[in-house]
Design a protein around this ligand. Structure first.
Ligand code: ATP
Ligand code: MG
Length: 283
């Protein structure tokens, strides 16, 4: 049985739970229990703080884990990255007080930067040839410059609102992160096989995101024109209707082009257009 570590509560928990659920794996939510058995897949879920997941997977307390790339990079643990999961997107950036006339990375020379990600930052400064002091703090990094603890900060940014509230501005985006499925390096072949099955299920879910299943009735004489309009995965499915002058067209469309294509198909005479959510796409 595979044991997978996930965040007990926090920003990654909800998306992780729904990914498992969509993959047909039902788990009891973390209450006071650290470990929960799942149904629908031979798996056990270990609920941890996200900081502890890379190490748990590294030493094999869990065979796999779902965690932000930022945590993996910060802990500097060698893990097998199985796949990126397409949620939990964020970036870690350098930010300086608003009033600073920032001209480039050189500004950081000899400055003190507060962060909860000292390893990622020191690697970055090292690569860039910048000699700066790194001051590690666990939380509320964004208030450090205002209280005189540091000249600048290196912290997670999503919208940038917190920076503005604290009189800071983002000047360098250093690290881009999202949730990843990681596994212990050197897993046994039977466990690796389970991880691959999990990856297969997750891939079918993440690849269906951003797509819709579209079906419509179309005058038969317009089929060629409609097929040219729709890139489709291969080509659209055309099914006969009781009325020989009409057919039914089924296809998958990306949400980015959905409305544009629907308007074009309507112009060709398409009727009864249905747009359905796709749960899985096995590619
Ligand atoms: P824990 O109690 O598990 O240690 P935490 O407080 O360290 O939780 P959260 O704030 O729940 O962490 O964030 C978990 C992860 O979510 C981050 O490490 C990051 O990968 C991702 N994330 C995505 N967007 C953001 C954001 N705006 N702020 C912070 N983390 C984000
Ligand atoms: Mg944490």
């Amino acid at each position: 049985m595979l044991r997978i570590a996930i965040q007990a509560k926090g920003r990654l928990n909800e998306d992780t739970m729904s990914l498992l659920n969509d993959a047909g794996i039902e788990v009891a939510p973390a209450k006071r229990k650290l470990v929960a058995k799942a149904s629908g897949f031979p798996i056990e879920v270990l609920y941890l703080r996200d900081d502890d997941i890379p190490q748990a997977v590294h030493i094999g307390v869990a065979d796999a884990g779902i965690v932000g790339l930022n945590e993996v990079a910060e802990r500097e643990m060698k893990l097998h990255e199985v796949m990126r999961l397409g949620f939990g997107h964020c970036r870690i950036s350098l930010a300086v007080p608003k009033a600073v006339d920032y001209t480039g990375l050189e500004w950081f020379r000899g400055k003190c930067v507060a962060t909860s990600y000292p390893n990622i930052l020191s690697r970055f400064f090292y690569e860039q040839g910048i000699d700066a002091d790194i001051y590690e703090i666990a939380g509320s990094v964004e208030i450090a410059p205002a209280v005189g603890l540091a000249d600048a900060i290196f912290d997670i940014v999503s919208s940038g609102g917190t920076l503005i509230q604290n009189g800071l501005k983002e000047v360098e985006q250093v690290f881009h992160s999202e949730a990843v499925l990681v596994a212990t390096p050197g897993l046994s072949s039977s466990k690796l096989e389970e991880v691959e099955k999990l990856k297969f299920r997750f891939t079918s879910i993440t690849s269906s995101r951003g797509y819709k299943y579209v079906l419509m009735n179309l005058p038969r004489q317009q089929v060629d024109a409609a097929v040219k309009l729709i890139p489709g995965m291969r080509s659209p499915t055309i099914l006969p209707l009781a009325d020989p002058d009409w057919c039914s067209l089924h296809t998958v469309l990306g949400e980015d082009v959905l409305w544009e294509k629907i308007e074009q198909l309507k112009a060709l005479g398409a009727e009864g257009i249905l747009v359905l959510n796709l749960e899985n796409m096995i590619v």
